[in-house]
Design a protein around this ligand. Structure first.
Ligand code: TEU
Length: 612
């Protein structure tokens, strides 16, 4: 019988090559739990506006994506996640949906989506779409009806409340919740003398999931697309659909503001799991994939209720521990430095927790809401960008979980230049914040404004929304028209055409990484994880192992310096050149055994493997 400690099967795994036994953490005796296609998959996220413009109107479109299907095949991804392409006034780049069963005209048609599904399936690639059902656009017919009168049948499809009045008779919102995009989370509608809730921008009214008709309408949206062959969904802020009954005020945590962060009242509310089980029933009819986006929730015990295999809710979720690592106490645009030891703690926590509890991770460092990871977590300087992008690929891709790559990450695309004027930034979150900042700075002064602006430039969602850099022609080959957003100036040095046939490119490195992950799936997807939680502030080292498949060690230098790393004695025999299976430098790396030290070049990463 294996030794059970705290309910976890902690046995001395019989490691290959007589390596010293180590404490390996795995769950139900099967490392990584039951096998499934969605666990082994790598997912490539497309932000349609910026991917490829086929008709020269300056906006990416679905025919443009269809034109690039062989690119996805060449890269070696298994699933495409398509950010919203539905009919929308585009106040939040399509995350404000006016009709879930029609396509935003500049993007194409439903037929184009069907053609995309067919073309991808013919290439053995699946398609998941974005399910944005915490809110709609204020232009959705449901909301247009809802706002006409309190007696309208659609009134209760949204969250309306009467005003509050103070002793002086001044009108106020129903509670003190702040919108995530700034200001109050309530918008007053004079026609019916009530406020409606919008956790995001005013044009994104929250749906009322207490209304069974809303739940049923969402189920119908899912089956509409699943019946067309869509293979699953990424579910936008799905943990916000259940709010605290009574919508009580949030505690005052920002003294200077009348509006307070209220995540405790809208993240993972009391009926969330009931609703998620309802969505899962639909998904299971199609063996469909689900990844939920769950900002503002950190507790592993809360998250395992969603992604635990036995819970029958979602396959996995995006949790925000890593992408919030540099958010200060006043939110994402307030400064905070981060350390490698914090990153180690986060990754170690989630890797071991999900293996122990038969849950599943979604692995990501970038998406359309985040800045470029090479700029944020490493370096986008001309000297280091390529090695740094490859090192981050190594860091991420060999962890246990489903791997997500955001468009352009496979090329090592970087943040927008620091000297761009603010009018190049198009995102509603950025614009709202900069306007708010201008007001605050009237009190806090110019230096506060300048410093805060630097944070905005580093973290704005716009950084990852500039057009994909395809080649060195006008607009980097993205569009023959005027791009909706300016192309990054570095496209001459960073573009797909110069990389797809270059064995030393970031693209080629991702190709190899995905091949290795697939080839050693028992180790890298299903294997155990051992975190080397050493205090080294430069080297991130972790081990993966599967009793019958073998053992791997992943080493990443997160610094721009040449560093020496004291090799743990139990790894010495493994870290030899003949076991090196992936290296982001072409020059061979030699380990100096006598001093038990390994020398790392800037942002150097290596993966060593020995079979069982
Ligand atoms: O984002 C959820 C969310 O919390 C965002 O506020 C995000 O975390 C933040 O912008 C990080 O800076 C989802 C979508 O991914 C985002 O694009 C939408 O704007 C938002 O929901 C509303 O649909």
């Amino acid at each position: 019988m294996p030794t059970i400690v705290n309910g976890v099967n902690r046995e001395e795994a019989s490691l290959p090559n007589g390596a010293e036994s180590s404490l390996w953490i795995h769950g139900n005796g099967i490392p990584g739990g039951a096998r499934a296609w969605w666990k082994e998959a790598s997912v490539y996220q497309i932000y349609p506006a910026s991917f490829y413009d086929s008709d020269g109107d300056g906006l990416g479109d679905i025919p443009g994506i269809i034109a690039k299907m062989d690119y996805f095949k060449k890269l070696g991804v298994d699933v495409i996640w398509l950010s919203p392409v539905y009919e929308s006034p585009q106040k939040d780049m399509g995350y404000d949906i006016a009709d879930y069963t029609r396509i935003h005209k500049p993007y194409g048609t439903v037929q184009d989506v069907e053609d995309l599904i067919k073309g991808l399936h013919n290439r053995g690639i699946r398609l998941i779409m974005d399910l944005v059902v915490n809110h709609t656009s204020d232009q959705h017919k449901w909301f247009q009806e809802s706002r006409t009168s309190k007696a309208n049948p659609f009134r209760d499809w949204y969250i309306w409340r009467p005003p509050k009045y103070d002793a002086q008779g001044n009108r106020h919102p129903p509670n003190n919740w702040a919108s995530i995009f700034g200001g109050s989370a309530w918008k007053y509608d004079p026609k019916t003398d009530e406020y409606y809730l919008h956790l995001f921008c005013t044009e994104q009214p929250d749906l009322n999931w207490e209304n069974p008709k809303v739940v049923s309408a969402v189920h119908n949206i899912m089956t509409f697309w699943l019946d067309k062959g869509v293979d699953g969904f990424r579910m936008d802020v799905i943990n916000m659909i259940s709010k605290t009954p009574g919508l009580p005020d949030a505690p005052v945590t920002v003294e200077s503001s009348p509006h307070q962060p209220a995540m405790l009242h809208y993240a993972n509310g009391p009926r969330l799991h009931e609703h998620l089980r309802g969505l899962r029933e639909i998904l299971d009819r199609y063996n469909a994939f689900s990844v939920g986006e769950m900002p503002s929730v950190r507790e592993p015990e809360e998250i395992i209720k969603v992604v635990g295999a036995s819970r029958k809710e979602l396959n996995m979720i995006f949790q925000f521990d890593i992408v919030d690592i540099d958010s200060g106490s006043l939110g994402k645009f307030s400064p905070a430095s981060w350390s490698l030891s914090t990153l180690k703690d986060i990754v170690g926590k989630w890797q071991t927790f999900m293996i122990e509890r038969d849950g599943w991770n979604a692995l990501f460092l970038e998406n359309h809401d985040q800045p470029r990871s090479v700029s944020r977590f490493a370096s986008d300087s001309p000297e280091f960008r390529i090695h740094a992008a490859k090192m981050l690929a190594t860091f991420l891709a060999f962890q246990s979980g489903t791997l997500f790559i955001y468009q352009g990450q496979e090329l090592g695309m970087a943040n927008l230049p620091k000297d761009w004027k603010l009018d190049e930034f198009k995102d509603v979150e950025t614009i709202n914040y900069v306007n708010e900042l201008a007001e605050i700075s009237k009190i806090k002064g110019q230096s506060f404004y300048n410093q805060s602006l630097e944070e905005v430039r580093s973290k704005a969602r716009d950084n990852s929304r500039s057009p994909i850099q395809w080649d060195t022609t006008k607009n980097a080959g993205f569009s023959t028209g005027v791009p909706w957003m300016r192309v990054n100036d570095d496209y001459m040095n960073c573009n797909a055409q110069s990389q797809i046939n270059d064995p030393e490119s970031v693209f080629a490195f991702w190709q190899n990484t995905l091949k290795l992950r697939r080839k050693l799936v028992d180790v890298f997807v299903y294997g155990d994880f051992k975190f080397l939680n050493d205090n080294d502030q430069n080297i991130y080292a972790y081990e993966r192992s599967h009793p019958t498949a073998g053992r791997a060690v992943v080493l990443c230098n997160f610094s721009s310096g040449k560093v020496a790393w004291k090799v743990p004695s139990e790894l010495l025999h493994l870290l030899s050149p003949e076991n090196l299976i992936l290296h982001n430098y072409s020059a061979p790396q030699h380990i100096r055994f006598e001093s038990l030290e390994m020398q790392f070049a800037p942002f150097e990463s290596m993966v060593f493997f020995v079979s069982a």
